[in-house]
Ligand binder design. Sequence first.
Ligand code: ADP
Ligand code: NI
Length: 214
Amino acid sequence: MKQKIIQQTEKFVKDKLRNESSGHDWYHIYRVKNLSLNIAEKEGADHFVCVMAALLHDIADEKIAGTEEEGLQEVKNWLESISVEEPYITHILSIISTMSFKGGNGKEMESVEGKVVQDADRLDAIGAIGIGRTFAYSGAKGQLMYDPEIPVRETMTKEQYRNERSTAINHFYEKLLKLKHGMNTPYAKKLADDRHAFLENFLEQFFEEWEGRR
Ligand code: ADP
Ligand code: NI
């Protein structure tokens, strides 16, 4: 029964994200789902809730839905239409709404399942995949990969992100290198340390090559 619900939901999400180019393509969802399962195993979280929340976590994002409310309503309608039991619906919606609430003043995740899926989403922004996504995003926005004349801003508002020039390399300092400090679960912290070290090695080599020293 749960397996069928997961399969139907995968198809629903895949169809919705078919033409998505804002960095929230289906394979981001695919990775977050697998990573959530991996972390859930170690942290003793409910697999069904983690997989469902991972699959649906970006549907309520402003970039995909008109507004967050419309997105959450759509997720609710979907879960009801495939007869997911009420306590599961409430739990999944609560995770998704906390996740799509952006910015530093976001609420703490209440359940271990929420912590797991949030960790998986953040992990997908670092490591080799995170580097790839950053350069892809920057390229799509017409940014340079690096420009020594553009300063790094330690804290950036959403407005600044939209309106000011940045580079792929600046994004490492503005966001990626900070993500490991925000992990909720012990196992995700371990994975984040590993991915973080990979970012640092990448940057070190990048600047050496930039100056022609390596
Ligand atoms: P999410 O909603 O999953 O947190 P975002 O929409 O903020 O992700 O970003 C999608 C991907 O694009 C992430 O890998 C992120 O690091 C990257 N990204 C976001 N903003 C920028 C930017 N200004 N420059 C380069 N990469 C960015
Ligand atoms: Ni995401």
